[in-house]
Design a protein around this ligand. Structure first.
Ligand SMILES: NC(=O)c1ccc[n+]([C@@H]2O[C@H](COP(=O)([O-])OP(=O)(O)OC[C@H]3O[C@@H](n4cnc5c(N)ncnc54)[C@H](OP(=O)(O)O)[C@@H]3O)[C@@H](O)[C@H]2O)c1
Length: 320
């Protein structure tokens, strides 16, 4: 089978498509024929070995795990003798977290990990990226902030993968949402449910007078120093993007400023959030926006596009 690998850190051109043996499922694993997979900012960072301190985990001089791709959607082709939750032919989706390997034709995954039945009302292309933007933002909105009815959220990067998921989730949780994006994405952010949209090319954060219960900086471009006056007295500033600036503010205001790496959350907690999200999708409450699709052999091009920082929602690799 074909599989994307990177054997050294570097630009998208380090990615190669290689032929490897089709994996065989263990007792508690299913073999999934992958129809679609995600390509995310986390994948590009792993490929670059960036930030450099990440190499302590990824491999000091070259990647220990050469496989790429965390999110998948496909069809179960075989199952180990101990598998009880799924059967051959089931359409499933999920995420392999740091073990990667979803940018390929097949993968094996244990049934108790982050895998579930794909909602019938969405395609494999729409299901594959759910564990990036939706799972990450749901962790922030539900487990970290516990967003409640009537709260007002300011979501920066509202047109990205995490941001567009957060806008929809916050509305579903009964909040009022103001999204921040550039001019070209204003209509998109309104279309996914934002009550107000601020165009960051026209509005300066210094001139805003409103107060927000939660500011979710999904792309890490806001300065906490600048926006802290906009946060209500019991409010929160949260971001999925770690920087020295954010670490410093977490140190001084641990109750007010939050960062989390969703991928290192306990698997059973991730699975709980994943199953709740699946239920929302089954009920037609959420929608994955796909900006562009690529084939597996075009994956380097997909990484280049991701690195522009301009994608709207998600991108997907479609297996032919
Ligand atoms: N901590 C975690 O667990 C975790 C998990 C997943 C991802 N992440 C991180 O989360 C971040 C966001 O990922 P993502 O996939 O959502 O990003 P993304 O989809 O690549 O973000 C692209 C979007 O950001 C917007 N944008 C760019 N500059 C902006 C600015 N100055 N202000 C407002 N919007 C701006 C762009 O819109 P315009 O073209 O309109 O500017 C574009 O639509 C990444 O750094 C990723 O590594 C963290």
């Amino acid at each position: 089978m074909k599989k994307a690998v990177y054997r050294s850190y570097g630009p998208p051109e380090v990615i190669q498509i290689v032929d490897v043996l089709k994996p065989e499922p263990d007792m508690n694993e299913v073999l999934v024929r992958i129809e679609a997979s995600s390509v995310t900012r986390a994948d590009t960072m792993m490929r670059q070995g960036a930030p450099k301190y990440g190499r302590l985990f990824l491999g000091l001089f070259k990647p220990k795990n050469t496989a790429l791709g965390t999110g998948f959607s496909g069809v179960i082709e075989a199952a180990g003798a101990g598998v009880s939750a799924f059967k051959i032919g089931d359409e499933v989706f999920g995420e392999k977290l740091f073990s990667n390997g979803c940018n390929a034709e097949f993968l094996c995954i244990a049934e108790d990990l982050v895998i579930g039945i794909k909602p019938n009302n969405i395609t494999h292309m729409e299901a594959a990226p759910i564990c990036d933007g939706f799972l990450t933002s749901y962790n922030f909105l539900k487990d970290i902030a516990n967003v409640r009815q009537g709260q007002h959220l300011l979501i920066n990067g509202a047109s990205g993968s995490l941001g567009s998921a957060a806008v929809q989730l916050a509305k579903l949780m009964g909040a009022k949402v103001t999204g921040i994006c550039s001019t070209k994405n204003v209509n998109f952010v309104k279309s996914i449910g934002a009550d107000n949209v601020l165009d960051y090319t026209k509005v300066s954060m210094n001139t805003i007078e409103d107060k927000y219960d939660i500011i979710y900086d999904s792309v890490g471009t806001l300065s906490y120093k600048v926006v802290k006056r906009l946060i209500s007295s019991n409010g929160l500033f949260m971001t999925p993007v770690l920087s020295a600036h954010i670490l410093w503010h977490i140190l001084w205001h641990p109750k007010k400023v939050k960062f989390a790496a969703t991928g290192i959350k306990k698997t059973d907690e991730l699975k709980r959030l994943f199953l709740e999200l699946t239920d929302f999708f089954n009920r037609g409450k959420l929608h994955t926006n796909i900006d562009k699709t690529y084939t597996l052999s075009e994956i380097a091009e997909a990484h280049h596009y991701l690195e522009t920082g301009r994608k709207v929602g998600n991108i997907a690799i479609i297996n032919q």
